[in-house]
Design a protein around this ligand. Structure first.
Ligand code: HEM
Ligand SMILES: *[C@@H]1O[C@H](CO)[C@@H](O)[C@H](O)[C@H]1NC(C)=O
Ligand SMILES: CC(=O)N[C@H]1CO[C@H](CO)[C@@H](O)[C@@H]1O
Length: 325
């Protein structure tokens, strides 16, 4: 082979590698195998302890992960506290009353991890939140799954960065699809992730437009609408929160989808998944098949966990999850 050919073959190899070899770091399930081998059981124990103190640990942590990932990526930026000079993500009105117990779960799990000398300041808050989210889903009867790890914590958290990044309870299917698609999530992923509303609470103002309109939102089950009017009278105490899944509020299951079939989706953004013919078949399938829902949920959560991951210079491992180093 002549010199020219050698160079040609060599440059072909390089271009192939540029195409096929991962250019950025990738998440992997065994990321901490040598760094902090017991991280999964340490986090699980801390989360279980917190769960035994209050059930709000479950919806609080799950929603925190979602809000973190949709605003500047899954980088624990949502956990950072505001300072005199910086109003952080968590203080944007759109944080929609994130439950303090979600934050506390991550802080407690981080303390447990850092109590092990080998692990101290070696595990990111973003990874701890991803693990804790998997654990609360399992603790409330949902599926278990392997969590991809290796995210760093973000270096920025601002209240203004939240604007327009989170879905609203009044969204229709096109609005939901386009927001989720901007993070690489399909309609099926969006419908599966909405199944998280099988747990947790909502304040009355998120759906009062549906029950006090004239006529009452016709996609709402009439019996359910009456119940909602009783639980959420006009001028209700703004602190009152009601179960989003009226049937099995403390169980991670597919009853959310069964509720949608009966017209018992709490938000416009929930019920539209059934009323819109493009997503109705998916809702019907998962209403009947819990295993299929679980599988789709795991797929979607894994994709959600890859959104905006920070590596290299774009992140670090925060010593205190609520304060930049
Ligand atoms: C599809 C678009 C979504 C919309 C419009 C939406 C909207 C909301 C709203 C308005 C609340 C009630 C807030 C309050 O009044 O306190 C809520 C609660 C909640 N959301 Fe979503 N959400 C969406 C998707 C998701 C996703 C993808 C997840 C997680 C994977 C999630 C998890 C939760 C949980 C667990 C709660 C209950 C929180 C608690 O009880 O503390 N949501 N959501
Ligand atoms: C409304 O809900 C009730 C139970 O709460 C159920 O029996 C009924 O079938 C629902 N109506 C519709 C139209 O799905
Ligand atoms: C948990 C949390 O930090 N919630 C905040 C959300 O934003 C409002 C202001 O809009 C704060 O008052 C809450 O403390």
């Amino acid at each position: 082979m002549g010199r020219f050919h050698l160079i040609l073959v060599w440059s072909l190899c390089i271009s192939l590698c540029l195409l096929l070899c991962p250019t950025s770091a990738q998440l992997k399930t065994n990321y901490y195998a040598n760094i902090c081998p017991n991280v999964e059981s340490i986090v699980r124990d801390a989360v279980t302890k917190k769960f035994q103190q209050t059930f709000v640990t479950v919806p609080g942590t799950l929603r925190l992960f979602f809000h973190d990932c949709f605003v500047e990526g899954c980088d624990a930026s949502v956990i950072v506290a505001s300072t005199a000079n910086n109003k952080a993500e968590k203080d944007n009105p759109d944080n929609l009353s994130l439950a303090g117990d979600g934050f506390d779960t991550v802080i407690k799990a981080k303390a447990a991890v850092d109590a092990v000398p080998q692990c101290k300041n070696k595990v990111s808050c973003a990874d701890i939140l991803a693990l804790a989210t998997r654990d609360v889903i399992g603790l409330s009867g949902g599926p278990s799954y392997s969590v991809e790890l290796g995210r760093l914590d973000g270096l920025s958290s601002t209240s203004t960065s939240v604007n327009g990044k989170l879905p609203k309870s009044t969204f229709n299917l096109n609005q939901l699809n386009s927001l989720f698609a901007s993070h690489g999530l399909s309609q099926a992923d969006m419908v599966a992730l909405s199944g998280a509303h099988t747990l947790g609470f909502s304040h009355c103002n998120q759906f009062s437009n549906r029950i006090y309109s004239n006529p009452v939102d016709p996609t709402l089950n009439k019996t359910y609408a009456t119940q909602l009017q009783q639980m959420c009278p006009k001028n209700v105490d703004p602190d009152i929160a009601i179960d989003m899944d009226p049937t099995t509020p403390r169980k991670f299951d597919n009853v959310y989808f069964q509720n949608l079939v009966e017209g018992k989706g709490l938000f416009t953004s929930d019920q539209v998944l059934y009323t819109d013919s493009r997503s109705q078949p998916t809702v019907r399938t998962w209403a009947k098949n819990n295993a299929a829902f679980n599988q789709a949920f795991i797929t979607a959560m894994t994709k959600l966990g890859r959104v905006g991951m920070k590596t290299g210079k774009n992140g670090n491992i925060r010593r205190d999850c609520s304060v930049f180093n």
